[in-house]
Design a protein around this ligand. Structure first.
Ligand code: ITT
Length: 191
């Protein structure tokens, strides 16, 4: 078995991310395995820097090719908050807290960003970004997905939040799907 045919490990503790990424990659016949590998998460305003530090940290003690993904919700009128701190902000004030903070906001424009990092041992890490533009809804809608999905309405959708969409529908539009499709095309042409 060549190194590129080895099982790719997706290092994440977030099962929703894993389902979305593995569902997308299966369209390209790429299989991955989830492992909740504990890793260093540096503080930075840049998802790229966080993903790069994280993949180097994981790759250092794993013999298989690995993926990590760092993502966040960036709200324009809040200067990009919560951005790289999305996980913490979700756990503390949640979607309802964001709706409260947004009460007086002039603009509800926002974007979700994802950076997928891949490391095949012995090679340089590679980054694959994806962005989806949209807006923050005025109330919670839908119970599907995870995190801030019930308050995010993608611009290219039909007015529903990600929380109202099936995973397949979200995967047609999401930041994560754009990053994953970039990775999949690179992976298939480089194996
Ligand atoms: P891992 O680091 O273990 O992969 P995590 O959930 O902590 O899992 P992040 O540090 O990348 O991952 O946090 C991203 C947060 O941003 C996530 O917890 C959600 O609150 C939010 N988020 C990212 N993508 C999202 C999406 O597709 N839908 C809803 N919320 C999302």
């Amino acid at each position: 078995m060549s190194q590129l045919d080895e099982q790719v490990i997706f290092a994440t503790g977030n099962v929703h991310k894993y389902r979305e990424v593995s569902g997308l990659l299966s369209e390209y016949n790429i299989t991955i395995e989830q492992e909740d590998i504990k890793r260093l998460e540096i503080q930075s305003d840049s998802l790229e820097e966080i993903a790069m530090a994280s993949i180097k940290n994981v790759g250092g003690h794993h013999g298989s090719p690995v993926l990590v993904e760092d993502s966040g919700l960036f709200i324009d009128s809040l200067g990009g908050f919560p951005g790289p701190y999305s996980s913490y902000v979700y756990r503390t004030i949640g979607s309802i807290g964001i709706l409260q903070v947004m009460k007086e906001a002039d603009s509800r424009d926002a974007s979700f960003k994802s950076v997928l990092a891949y490391l095949n041992p012995g090679n340089e890490p590679l980054l694959f970004p994806g962005v989806v533009s949209g807006r923050i809804s005025t109330s919670l809608s839908g119970s599907r997905g995870f995190g801030f999905d019930p308050i995010f309405v993608p611009n290219e959708g039909d007015g529903r939040t990600f929380g109202e969409m099936t995973m397949q529908e979200k995967n047609r539009l999401s930041h994560r799907s754009k990053a994953v499709r970039r990775f999949a095309l690179w992976y298939l042409s480089n194996r």
